[in-house]
Write a protein that binds this ligand. Structure first.
Ligand SMILES: Cc1ncc(COP(=O)(O)O)c(C=O)c1O
Length: 453
């Protein structure tokens, strides 16, 4: 990429009002001094108050995306996939927004319950749930468990034999749909660990095992084809295959399954070239294929549900870092500037895990200096510790400047680690010019407390 080809959103000389609104959270602006402002709080003030790295969550943006999904998917149940980002304050925002919640471990469930999220609006996922997790879910009265394997069905049957408690279940089905996304986040092809195979007949066998079985209240089926998917083609294909399965079940038992959950995976914009569908476009596409397939298979339209995670919180997040070391590296036919920041793969492992790409800006000021091809890298002892692989930053970028990385609300903090004894960053909600800590920065004492040898 040459400087001449740098798209406008990458240019460090953007005027205050030209921050790309499709990548940044909806309230993000530049103020008169040139500082990036999120939720009414300037980058400089946030860094001074909380230090860096810090993850700012634009609360109004979360609420407006939740409202957009509810409006578009009217009549559908919408479960926020809490693995994307989870904290007690966020759980309360989700409850307030009228969404249900999907958790995928006993600990996520406990956190949600500790924030008084109603158990009857929670679904529990997981490909290897323990007896303890299943019992916790049943005792707390969750709405449903999404069962993933024959072993899990056996565990639920044994718990029922011991306690008499019946489990409301959806069965997770792998539809065989090859989602057009990175291999590590595609989840419905045959050769992966999730769900009962549709192609092999396992799915129907599992449904029939749960039918008329005192251990189960069989609610329906679930599918999640993958993540960061931009159009409805994969979802439509999965929906058609799952409705055909529902028809087979109905023919075999005379009973219709009441629910179909199509999972999450709706893509968001990480870069200006990303063009995700809007919730309204997704809903229109899915409603049409479901109506068609139900008519074709002669089955009643089931109750429908989705589970967006990044679609609710992804673009609400902005990560702020301080620039440390700056190094210029000579390359054949050019040069690249390495800009080291005070975080990296410990707080955002997505680029290292699956080549995720991000957009960033100089956040504490604007600069008219010429743009320089730059790579924003972390502070860790790994060459792959890259946060933004290719970007343009101004040539006068200096130690102490702030860098903001967009669309970091989902799967950064939850995947963060203590690599090199890094302290995990705080999560701070910003709204109407006020900042509230949702999750405080980890301390060295937190780390030492576990080291008991
Ligand atoms: C079962 C299930 N539902 C929902 C989601 C949420 O996906 P996304 O955040 O891409 O919407 C995931 C993500 O991995 C998932 O595994």
């Amino acid at each position: 990429m040459s400087a001449a080809l740098a798209p406008s959103w990458l240019r460090p000389v953007d005027p205050p009002d030209a921050v790309d609104v499709c990548v940044w959270s909806s309230t993000t602006r530049r103020d008169a001094s040139g500082s990036l402002v999120v939720g009414g709080v300037s980058a400089g003030d946030a860094a001074a108050q909380f230090g860096t790295p810090v993850y700012l969550i634009d609360e109004a943006d979360v609420r407006s995306r939740a409202a957009a999904y509810r409006a578009a998917f009217a009549g559908w149940r919408i479960y926020y996939a809490s693995k994307a980002l989870l904290s007690r304050a966020l759980v309360r925002v989700i409850a307030d927004s009228g969404l249900s919640l999907d958790v995928c471990s006993g600990n996520e469930l406990q956190l949600a319950l500790s924030a008084d999220f109603p158990a009857e609006r929670i679904g529990l996922h997981g490909s290897n749930k323990s007896d303890v997790e299943l019992r916790l879910a049943l005792e707390s009265g969750v709405e449903h468990i999404v069962a993933d394997s024959f072993d899990e069905l056996g565990r639920i049957e044994r718990i029922h034999a011991a306690t008499g408690v019946r489990a409301s279940v959806l069965l997770r089905i792998k539809s065989g749909v090859e989602a057009h996304t990175h291999e590590s986040i595609a989840t419905a092809h045959e050769d992966q660990k999730f769900g009962f195979s549709l192609a092999s007949g396992e799915a129907l066998t599992a449904l029939l095992r749960c039918h008329d079985n005192p251990a189960f209240d069989l609610l329906g089926i679930h599918s999640h084809i993958g993540s960061q998917i931009f159009d409805t083609n994969g979802f439509s294909l999965a929906a058609a295959r799952l409705l055909s399965l529902m028809q087979q079940f109905q023919r075999a038992t005379g009973v219709s399954l009441p629910e179909l959950n199509l999972g999450g995976g709706f893509g968001i914009a990480y870069n200006a070239s990303d063009s995700p569908s809007t919730p309204a476009q997704l809903a229109a596409g899915l409603d049409a294929i479901i109506a068609d397939s139900c008519a074709k298979f002669g089955i009643d339209k089931p109750k429908l549900a989705i589970e967006p995670g990044r679609g609710i919180v992804g673009q609400a997040g902005t990560a702020l870092y301080t620039v440390g070391t700056i190094k210029d590296v000579e390359l054949d036919g050019g040069a690249r500037r390495y800009v080291s920041i005070d975080g990296g793969m410990s707080d955002n492992p997505r680029p290292a895990l699956y080549g995720a790409e991000y957009s960033c800006l100089l956040a504490n000021r604007v600069s008219a200096a010429a743009p320089v091809l730059s790579r924003v890298v972390g502070m860790h002892c790994e060459t792959g510790d890259i946060v933004v692989r290719d970007t343009y930053l101004p040539s006068d970028l200096a130690v102490g400047d702030l860098i903001a990385v967009a669309s970091t609300g989902a799967y950064c903090v939850p995947l963060s680690s203590n690599y090199n004894m890094a302290l995990r960053p705080p999560v701070v909600a910003v709204r109407d010019g006020v900042a509230h800590t949702w999750v405080r920065r980890e301390t060295y004492a937190d780390l030492l407390a576990r080291d008991v040898g």
